[in-house]
Write a protein of this length. Structure first.
Length: 177
């Protein structure tokens, strides 16, 4: 049974104690202890292999951040229709050969694909939708080619997830690659 988070939040707001949910059947999440010395080895590797980092495609940001190393996370936060997909497109263009994982719980992955297709090809979304609804083969092929050819290394997760669930999803994605 999925907990009702609104009710739990309201109860907390009233100062009520809420029972801890039973997580005995929850997915097991990897928990690791690694000695701090291992962090030194990881940093040495990242510093010596900047080609493994993900760069945002924005010169000033990339110079300051030095890219995003494997196992690091970059959180791009914004309201719906505030430019997150455009930001994603820039990251994808700058990292065409690298896997990029995009967690976007505020819109379905189909909408992410539509937005990317429209941005890449300069097509208004309503025109693309009309063409696809009329079974226009060229528009349908463009949509599929955008997913398969332009962004074969992009994984989009459109569900709400906790950080543990995100880690689990990343593990499943790595296993799938």
């Amino acid at each position: 049974m999925t907990p009702n988070y609104t009710e739990r939040w309201d109860a907390l707001g009233r100062g009520e104690t809420i029972p801890t949910p039973d997580v005995s059947n929850a997915l097991k999440v990897r928990t690791h202890y690694n000695p701090l010395a291992q962090a030194a080895d990881e940093f040495i590797h990242w510093a010596q292999h900047p080609d493994e980092r993900i760069y945002l495609g924005f010169k000033d940001l990339d110079e300051e951040m030095r890219g995003i190393a494997p196992s690091e996370m970059c959180l791009i936060n914004g309201y719906s229709h505030s430019g997150k997909t455009m930001f994603l497109l820039q990251i994808l263009v700058a990292n065409a050969d690298k896997p990029v994982v995009y967690f976007c719980p505020d819109e379905p992955r189909t909408l992410t694909l539509i937005k990317l297709t429209c941005l890449m090809h300069g097509i208004p979304a309503d025109i693309l939708e009309a063409q696809v609804s009329n079974n226009d083969k060229k528009a349908i092929d463009l949509l599929r080619d955008t997913a398969n050819q332009s962004f074969p290394n992009l994984a989009v997760f459109d569900q709400m997830m906790t950080l543990n669930e995100m880690e689990n999803a990343l593990g499943r994605y790595r296993d799938w690659e």
